[in-house]
Design a protein around this ligand. Sequence first.
Ligand SMILES: NC(=O)c1ccc[n+]([C@@H]2O[C@H](COP(=O)([O-])OP(=O)(O)OC[C@H]3O[C@@H](n4cnc5c(N)ncnc54)[C@H](O)[C@@H]3O)[C@@H](O)[C@H]2O)c1
Length: 291
Amino acid sequence: MQNFTGRLAVVTGAGSGIGRELARSLASEGCHLALLDIDETAVEETAGMCRAPAIVVSTHRCDVADAAAVERTADDVRAVHGVDHVNVLINNAGIGSVEGFVHGDRAAWELTFDVCWGGVYHCCRSFVPLVIAADEGVIVNVSSVNGMWASLGPNRTHTSYSAAKFAVRGFTEALMTEMRLVAPHVDVAVVMPGHIGTSILSNSQARLGRRATTNLAETEAAFQATAPTTPAEAARIVLDGVRAGRWRILIGPDAELLDVALRADPEGAYEPSFVEHLHEQGAFQGLIDPV
Ligand SMILES: NC(=O)c1ccc[n+]([C@@H]2O[C@H](COP(=O)([O-])OP(=O)(O)OC[C@H]3O[C@@H](n4cnc5c(N)ncnc54)[C@H](O)[C@@H]3O)[C@@H](O)[C@H]2O)c1
């Protein structure tokens, strides 16, 4: 899709970070928006940044992990925008956690998986028919570098998020072939961000029902300060990738470096020396602990 003007885009997780910046960029190009987030206040704030005379911007409080809620939201989007199609579906909502599989809190493990994978799945179930109904469409699913590397280094557990992000990547790559068979006017892209300076740590803790602490605020400030890519830059890379018709969109120099390193040494990917190599190259220093 070359041009977003006059199109309708659904963006999940639009209340913060990458989703908010995607919404702002699309609005600046004259794209109508349906903005979804579980955080009603945050998504209203994003809408306020996007609204302009030539476009319709709707907000929808929606938990993407809840299939029935997503289905109701799809009906609402059609009603509010008065259309039976969607041109752009961006499944971006997600939370992070390093909950252990063996010793961690099972509810937190499953919530992470349900939001990161279930959210993409439910939104595709409910919105892909509307994308197919458009004359031209694109489905963009946000995975992660953890969709190609199931690790945050040798000192932290990372099973839930990694499992979910691998699922997003596998599903999306297979969906691309399926769309070529059944709906060739619909493009499909998987996005694999590296370290992006968003508020994902505090937002995730809030979703997991955990209290904000001074320590968390400091950790998040460091997380944002050390990120090589801002949310606005991430949104630009995603939309440029979509315009260029790319199906595999890596975000950031760290993601690009990891991609190369994994191909060079797949067997060594989970060894401490692999992280040392990434750190020597200047990648993931603020995200992955030194070995
Ligand atoms: N920030 C990074 O370093 C990074 C790296 C790789 C991948 N990602 C992925 O990018 C995407 C966006 O993350 P971000 O960094 O902008 O995070 P963010 O926390 O800034 O934004 C995520 C948004 O999703 C919303 N959300 C959370 N759970 C939801 C639910 N159940 N239903 C609806 N909305 C929900 C949050 O309220 C928030 O507004 C996520 O899928 C994340 O996994 C982020």
